[in-house]
Ligand binder design. Structure first.
Ligand SMILES: Cc1cc2nc3c(=O)[nH]c(=O)nc-3n(C[C@H](O)[C@H](O)[C@H](O)COP(=O)(O)OP(=O)(O)OC[C@H]3O[C@@H](n4cnc5c(N)ncnc54)[C@H](O)[C@@H]3O)c2cc1C
Length: 411
């Protein structure tokens, strides 16, 4: 029987295992004690909440297909996503056209330019945009005020000190995907019960089909001997790695080009009241140790949780500075007038590899699905360009599973 090893128990690894369980013995190795990777969740009292804020989009067809196969489609709810900016200590809602018109930090002309770019965004050539930085693109076409008042805070909150290197491909594709909104805001998808439902269902299905899922088991060595892969010393016919290319290159002693990654540090906390005026997603234009305040319960119904859940989202490039958790909490309490004892619980999630930094030219540097006979799929794969997503990781799993299937059926 063919033996397949999957490195990484995030959404990509789990999906690939699920798609290949019928053609051989699949063993999945996950370094952490729990599955889910960037989509893992906390169990708080009687509910699950993602370690990092998640929602999906209407165009996420692979995700919908997977939910359907796992009998979870009826749990997907389309909810209203609202947004705003925090400037000078004040929250400005920016969801409806009227709210945008009232926003005082852009002139009417700037707003017209912004509307023009939003309309055009779906028709722009992403390949060409990969060669120019987002900063230059916006400065050239929309001018310095729109850049400073609108896009720079977004880029700063997402990419920190490397924001000036990010390509226009990333920015424009974000605008295009977020422009699918009616007058009342975006329709964003969320699973009733949390995306942990998806992770748990995949785990159950893998158990049912005889896959061996090994949590708390890092892959430490991968070697090739006489046409067989040895993973932590065990023999396999095929290896699918879903971890960052530079990590697998090191473990396997192979030459695979690195991808620039950023880390995420995200504080999740619960309160007994709302702090963002009913708005889901607040971008911080003010300088703060987090770039966005995301009130999950202004998106998913409060009744599902019985308390207000807030994410304080930040990214880092190299190392997270010491004392980050304290600094984030202290700033949040001061800025939003929240007494520390009003925070019912809080957790900090930190991941060094939270997503690629979409620097100019990255498109041509993405690794293909097969390198030195090993399969590579994950956040760095072409379907996850120019932004990583659940959809992209499922699509990459699908592509790589098809390649393995084709090779096995030829054998
Ligand atoms: C802050 C944040 C917000 C996000 N929001 C959204 C959103 O709203 N919508 C959306 O669609 N997507 C969102 N995403 C993206 C989405 O979570 C990811 O694209 C997806 O979960 C990636 O899955 P993956 O399996 O490719 O990678 P990962 O989740 O990174 O999985 C890789 C796994 O490999 C494991 N691993 C690493 N090294 C080893 C080793 N040596 N041995 C064994 N295991 C190892 C890791 O522990 C991890 O579990 C968000 C991501 C982040 C970080």
């Amino acid at each position: 029987m063919m033996r397949i090893c999957i490195v990484g128990g995030g959404l990509c690894g789990l999906s690939a295992a699920y798609m290949l369980a019928d053609i051989g013995q699949v063993d999945l190795f996950e370094r952490r004690p729990v599955l889910g990777g960037c989509l893992a969740s906390y169990r708080i009292g009687g509910y699950w909440i993602e370690r990092y804020y998640h929602h999906c989009f209407a165009g996420d067809t692979r995700l919908m297909g997977l939910l359907d196969r796992l009998h979870l489609a009826d749990r997907l709810e389309w909810l209203r996503g609202t947004t705003g900016y925090c400037v000078g200590g004040r929250i400005y809602p920016l969801t409806t056209p009227m709210e945008v018109l009232r926003y005082p930090y852009l002139s009417v002309m700037d707003k017209a330019r912004l509307a023009w770019l939003t309309l055009r965004s779906k028709h722009l050539d992403v390949e060409a945009l990969d060669r120019i930085t987002a900063k230059d693109y916006i400065l050239e076409r929309l001018g310095p005020t729109v850049y400073a008042s609108f896009f720079e805070p977004l880029l700063r909150s997402k990419f920190g000190e490397r924001r000036d290197e990010v390509s226009a491909a990333w920015l424009i594709s974000r605008i295009a995907i977020r422009s699918n909104r009616g007058a009342g805001g975006e329709r964003l998808g969320y699973l009733n019960g949390g995306f942990q439902m998806l992770i748990s269902r995949l785990e159950e299905e893998l158990g049912r089909s005889g896959c061996s899922v090994r949590t708390g088991t890092p892959v430490e060595t991968i070697r090739r001997r006489n046409g067989i892969w040895l993973v932590n010393g065990e023999p396999y016919d095929a290896v699918i790695s879903t971890i960052p290319p530079q990590e697998v290159a090191q473990i396997a002693g192979m030459e695979i080009a690195s991808i620039p990654y950023q880390g995420a540090a995200c504080m999740t906390l619960a309160l007994d009241h709302d702090v963002t005026d009913g708005i889901y997603w607040i971008n911080m234009k003010d300088d703060a140790p987090y770039g966005a305040v995301i009130s999950h319960t202004n998106f998913a119904p409060l009744a599902w949780y019985g308390e207000h859940i807030v994410y304080l989202a930040s990214y880092f490039s190299n190392r997270l500075s010491g004392g980050a958790a304290r600094a984030i909490l202290a700033d949040f309490c001061r800025r939003f007038s929240v007494p520390e004892d009003a925070i019912r619980w809080h957790r900090l999630a930190v991941d060094r590899y939270a997503g690629p930094i979409y620097t100019t030219g990255l498109r041509d540097r993405l690794p293909g699905y097969e390198r030195h006979g090993m399969y590579l799929a994950g956040m760095f794969s072409p379907p996850n360009y120019p932004e990583r997503s659940m959809e992209g990781s499922i699509a990459a799993a699908h592509d790589v599973a098809e390649l393995v299937r084709a090779r096995f059926s030829d054998a």
